[in-house]
Design a protein. Structure first.
Length: 867
């Protein structure tokens, strides 16, 4: 390619001093045929000069150039789909340009056509900011077009800043005019005048009379005040004229378009969105949106659930306007995530990270860049306005990615949610909020999230991160802020510990204070598990057990510290003299008396058993009805997150924070258990305390971490045990070829090594059955974490869960059976021989070690049938 390249129009070449390698040429136009004319002139010149030209075809408008030509191999047409969203489209073009290489020639379809797919000027600006510098770097020449008046002034200004050549192309009667607006590193005295284009010649309109006549004829195209806003805003503004009017073909088409751009029109969520979101609903969402694009799965689920209850609640005996706490959430559109990436020059790094070879290795670099980024000033101003509307109420910034909370993919706990105490002046609150947004964005590069996407086959899918910003539900209690209760609810109860319980009745997992202790597997603390058909039935056998396995710590927001904190319940009771916990617990008089005898006068010991609220039949009926209304609408079991506060002494209100399809294993048909059992061949026998339905699994390997020896290790060695289990998970475990039962002390996946083995879930995800063995003397006890994020991981990975509790009646654990077998750990991992006394691996191939379970009878049996 020479230093001067012709446009194919000698007169224009003379005006702009020809084209140069690296030029991106943007034509603003009213009539596509005008662009077609100049594009074909350019194509002819490129072919005449002996080069290939690449036509990038993506628009719905008629083709500018022949899409196929056997006679002319120098014209290469590349059809790029826009169906994969901004990232897929942009990445496809980026990869094509990379493949073609330097000194190439391109003609693109009209970029304005992308508005129909993306709905947003913002994303067209982002596309241009990514692709044009790359084309410039490769010394290419590329033609682009945009519709005059079709984009906001800000978008055109961004394009002007990025491109090398910007030309207005006008058509008046039979005459075409070209008006150069920017020509990079070139100047002539008449260059920036409008020129009349005739027979390849350009004649400047140099006289004031000609120029005035020309621009006065164009005046209407400059008077569009709506160009001060993004096309996204104009689209929704246009939609308001249909609100309250009789439904028409035009209004239905508008509603469908808004739903596609804002929510989803795909799969079962798309079907539900069509049924439960009106045009007015969609416009109300837009009013509370910052940025553009979809609001993501978590936000859709929350709004959808509320609409289902409002629409169907009264018919089911509910009064939604009385029992549902109002919400005033804001939504950061998914396009803002890409805008942040582009604004901070991270797009090329993200593109490299998406490659198979770099998927994990470049993730932390990108994560650090995302944590250190800044926001465009116009977005920051919208953040300020949102924070002013919240005042100094605490808020939470929650992930709401496009794939999150959908059927089949919960992403439970994979992305961050960040509480903002939201205290201080506006500048301090803005800094805290922006830090929270950066944290959630950066969590897309968290190793667990990346491994989850790979495991679910989602790692190459477009995963934009929208955000849901919610006012924290609760009230001020002195210097603290928290709700009365919070928790999760499931419309199915797969952890039934008693034969009287019905799996279809549903369950709750509730805590006092913020709900983080209900959704996370917290150390040394236990939420209250509630079977909705028998809400007061406890899963514990004694008062001592009920006390031990109850909640002892509270998550709350400290308004003075401006932070989320965890506080011992006893300390909160001591500090807040007037605190009333009668709704969530009762005084343990025996323990309180013991404290008094020890000299701790005035100290009361509370047991958080939620007996009062669980005995309120009206309330239990309300929440049970809500959950099953949602299940009926979804036609699928559901999982909700909620808070409960008191409106008055008799009236409780529920804030529905989240709703998603409940990832569950099917119960499966009942399986016959073996008869005439020889107890010497039984490894495990239990009544209840398992999750995973009715199973009959042939176990090939058993890996057992010795609790007694594990308890003697320093923490550093306990982490090493976790890493070794991870290696076994990768090298030995195989759900199809080598089903493995993994047994270990206390809690798998704990962050506190003294309570169990601190593995990441990706280090046990190939396990077929996972057992938590109690070791009371060291304080390592299982936690039946039904409803937690850990449980969601187990279900999605199809892992059967069991708690091994030998100290409980009707439970049996026969270690002698394992002692009869040879430990093959050294054979598998000879370099780690010193751990063979602690990590035992056994091969039961051909011995029919079989795990049986039955939900109805709550029977569990693991037996060697051919030993």
């Amino acid at each position: 390619m020479s230093n001067r390249v012709s446009t194919g129009m000698p007169g224009l070449d003379e005006v702009i001093d020809a084209l140069r390698p690296g030029d991106n040429v943007v034509w603003q136009l009213n009539d596509l045929s005008d662009y077609q004319r100049v594009a074909r002139c350019f194509l002819s010149q490129v072919q005449k000069d002996g080069y290939d030209c690449h036509y990038i075809r993506f628009a719905s408008h008629p083709p500018l150039l022949p899409e196929t030509s056997t006679d002319d191999p120098s014209l290469r047409c590349h059809t790029i789909s826009t169906n994969d969203g901004f990232e897929g489209f942009t990445r496809s073009i980026y990869e094509l340009v990379s493949q073609v290489g330097k000194y190439a020639f391109y003609i693109f379809d009209n970029l304005s056509d992308l508005l129909d797919q993306w709905g947003s000027d913002l994303m067209i600006g982002n596309f241009f900011r990514i692709i044009c510098p790359y084309l410039y770097k490769l010394d290419t020449i590329a033609y682009f077009a945009i519709n005059r008046g079709g984009h906001s002034f800000a978008t055109v200004a961004g394009i002007r800043e990025t491109t090398q050549v910007l030309l207005d192309l006008y058509h008046q009667e039979d005459t075409i005019y070209v008006h150069p607006l920017k020509v990079y590193q070139r100047y002539a005295t008449t260059m920036y005048l409008p020129h009349k284009l005739t027979d390849g010649q350009c004649v400047p309109l140099s006289s004031s009379i000609d120029a005035a006549r020309f621009f006065s004829a164009l005046a209407p195209s400059f008077s569009n005040m709506s160009r001060h806003v993004d096309s996204w805003d104009r689209l929704f503004e246009n939609a308001t004229r249909f609100v309250g009017e009789k439904e028409s073909e035009e209004s239905t088409a508008m509603q469908d378009k808004l739903r596609r751009l804002l929510l989803s029109d795909e799969g079962r969520i798309g079907i539900l969105a069509r049924e439960y979101f009106s045009l007015e609903d969609l416009i109300n969402i837009k009013i509370r949106q910052i940025g553009t694009g979809k609001i993501g799965g978590k936000a859709i689920g929350m709004l959808l659930a509320r609409n289902i209850l409002i629409k169907g609640g009264k018919h089911a005996g509910l009064e939604p306007e009385l029992i549902l706490e109002p919400h005033d959430s804001f939504y950061l559109g998914a396009d803002l995530f890409y805008t942040y990436i582009v604004h901070n020059d991270c797009w090329y790094l993200r593109t490299e990270q998406k490659k198979e070879a770099n998927y994990f290795s470049k993730a932390d670099t990108l994560r650090q860049r995302l944590l250190a980024g800044s926001f465009p000033e116009d977005i920051r101003e919208q953040f300020r306005q949102m924070l002013e509307s919240f005042g100094q109420s605490p808020i939470i910034v929650r992930s709401s990615s496009l794939l999150e909370d959908d059927f089949g993919n919960a992403f439970a706990g994979k992305y961050e949610s960040v509480f903002c105490a939201n205290q201080g002046d506006l500048q301090e609150r803005l800094a805290s909020f922006e830090k929270a947004v950066r944290q959630v964005y950066a969590s897309t590069m968290d190793p667990d999230a990346l491994k989850y996407r790979v495991r679910r086959g989602l790692h190459q899918k477009d995963e934009q991160m929208a955000l849901l910003v919610q006012r924290v539900s609760g009230d001020h209690h002195g210097r603290y802020f928290y709700p009365l209760m919070a928790g999760v609810g499931h419309s199915r109860n797969l952890y039934v510990w008693n034969e009287r319980l019905d799996t279809h009745a549903g369950m709750l997992r509730i805590v006092f204070g913020l709900g983080t202790r209900a959704v996370d597997r917290v150390e040394g603390d236990y939420p209250r598990i509630v079977a909705l058909d028998h809400p007061q039935m406890s899963s514990h056998d004694s008062r001592d057990d009920e006390n031990t396995y109850s909640q002892h710590y509270v998550d709350l927001i400290d308004l003075q510290q401006n932070a989320l904190i965890t506080m011992p319940l006893e300390e909160l009771v001591r500090e807040e003299k007037d605190i009333d916990l009668s709704d969530v617990g009762e005084i343990d008089w025996e323990e309180s008396q013991r404290l008094a005898e020890l000299g701790f006068t005035g100290r009361q010991k509370w047991l958080l058993n939620f007996r009062k609220v669980l005995s309120d039949q009206t309330f239990i009926k309300q929440i049970r009805t809500m959950i099953h209304l949602l299940e009926k609408a979804y036609q699928y079991p559901v999982d909700i997150e909620f808070t409960i506060n008191k409106r008055s002494e008799r009236q409780r209100v529920i804030n529905l924070l989240q709703c998603r399809p409940l990832q569950t294993k099917r119960l499966g048909p009942s399986v016959p258990f073996p008869e005439n059992i020889d107890k010497r061949n039984v490894l495990l026998q239990a009544k209840g305390h398992f999750m995973g339905g009715n199973v009959c699994i042939n176990i090939k390997h058993i890996v057992y971490v010795n609790p007694e020896k594990y308890a003697q290790l320093p923490d550093q060695d306990r982490y090493q045990v976790a890493r070794l289990i991870g290696q076994l998970n990768h090298d030995l475990f195989d759900p199809e070829e080598a089903p493995t039962l993994l047994l270990g002390p206390g809690r798998w996946g704990t962050s506190t090594p003294s309570l169990g083995v601190p593995v990441a879930f990706s280090e046990i995800d190939h396990t077929t059955a996972l057992g938590e063995v109690s070791f009371e003397t060291a304080g390592m006890m299982p936690e039946l974490s039904f409803g937690s994020h850990f449980f969601q991981d187990l279900v999605e990975a199809n892992v059967f869960y069991l708690a091994v509790l030998p100290h409980i009646k009707d439970n049996y654990f026969n270690l002698e059976l394992l002692k009869r077998k040879k430990n093959i750990f050294i054979k598998i991992m000879p370099q780690h021989y010193r751990w063979a006394d602690l990590i035992h691996a056994f091969d039961f191939s051909g011995e029919q070690m079989t795990l049986f379970s039955d939900i109805t009878t709550q029977r569990l049996l693991c037996i060697c049938l051919a030993c």
